[in-house]
Design a protein around this ligand. Structure first.
Ligand SMILES: Nc1ncnc2c1ncn2[C@@H]1O[C@H](COP(=O)(O)OP(=O)(O)OP(=O)(O)O)[C@@H](O)[C@H]1O
Length: 314
């Protein structure tokens, strides 16, 4: 059976800056996949590309995105609108910005719900995200707290029971207690509805607790992916190993990852070899000249020339 989401060899440039350099991602129906990586590794660009929501200046220079087999990047406008409406939901970091400031919450929900837009339906969908106070439906977004606004954004994204929810750091601006509540709401709603999740995050401990699988991004590529427990507990790629060491389950949730000495590269075109090579303690000559292709090691797909040896060393 083919995956619900298939991203293959996706390359995206913003002018001279290369944000994605051949990213691959697979998400099966009903699965929650955490996409983790440092700032600038390309997570938001990957998330936006899934719904063809890239900014105007972004150029897709290679690769494909398929949702339920449909080629997202090549669909005509009407088919793209239908795909987004029927299959996809999005939540972003800034909930207030993702809501219409001029419309009451209840009316925004009615727009999404269309035919079934009775007040009872609105209350039902707000109740599902634990917003039971009837005043919420009558409120404007700026009258809500950050946590309440994010729940409204989640209610809007989940109202049409999407097959895939793309969540780009939706809890990053929330304090830790509210963050846990919002995480509980998203993951339990998705489980009930059978919705797959792509969770883009800096927060490795939270991803480890919630997601079935993890994809680790570095310089615009997914350098390791597989079952969450394997990738984080038994990493193969040296970058994943450094991340897992720096953000064990005991780390403070929400702490930004600063895992390895040095800085990630700013790419201006395809990386000639492995982009991690300058920071990698295991790099050898070919790592700087040959692009690694995915190899299967245990349950993981890994982009590393030395993956087979490092399984033992790391
Ligand atoms: N609109 C844009 N214009 C120009 N460059 C951009 C734009 N958006 C992203 N970039 C660049 O593309 C690269 C990938 O950025 P992206 O936001 O996808 O990464 P990220 O992993 O989501 O980072 P963060 O966690 O900080 O949001 C970075 O080098 C970034 O500077």
């Amino acid at each position: 059976m083919s995956a619900l989401l298939e991203v293959d060899g996706l390359a995206v440039d913003y002018g001279t800056a290369r944000a994605l350099d051949g990213a691959d991602l697979r998400v099966a129906a009903g699965e929650a996949v955490g996409v983790v990586g440092e700032s600038g590794s390309g997570k938001s660009t990957l998330g936006a590309a899934i719904g063809r929501l890239l900014p105007r200046q972004a150029v897709v220079s290679a690769g494909t995105v398929r949702v339920a087999g449909e080629p997202v990047l090549d669909l005509p406008p009407a088919a793209l609108r239908r795909l987004r409406r029927q299959r996809l939901g999005f939540v972003f970091q800034d909930p207030i910005a993702s809501l219409d400031p001029t419309m009451r919450v209840g009316n925004q929900l009615k727009l999404v719900l269309r035919e079934q837009s009775r007040d009872g339906e609105v209350a039902f969908h707000l109740g599902r995200v634990k917003l039971d106070d009837p005043r919420v439906a009558a409120a404007y977004p700026h009258q809500l707290s950050g946590g309440m606004a994010q729940r409204v954004a989640i209610a809007l994204a989940m109202a049409a029971s999407p097959e895939l929810l793309v969540a780009d750091e939706p809890t990053a601006s929330l304090d830790s207690q509210v963050r846990e509540e919002v995480l509980n709401v998203v993951f339990s709603l998705a489980r009930e509805a059978g919705t797959s999740i792509v969770w883009l995050s800096h927060d490795l401990p939270a991803v480890a607790r919630r997601c079935d699988r993890v994809a680790v991004m570095y310089a615009g590529r997914v350098v390791e992916s597989g079952p969450a427990a394997e990738v984080l507990g038994n990493p193969v790629h040296p970058y994943t190993a450094a991340l897992a060491r720096s953000a064990p389950a005991t780390a403070t949730p929400g702490v930004r990852l600063e895992p390895v000495p040095g800085r990630p590269p700013v790419l201006t075109g395809p990386s000639a070899g492995c982009a991690f090579a300058p920071r990698c303690p295991f790099a050898e000559d070919r790592c700087t000249t040959e692009r690694p292709e995915p190899v299967r090691v245990g349950a993981q797909d890994v982009l590393c020339h030395r993956a087979a040896e490092l399984e033992v060393i790391v």
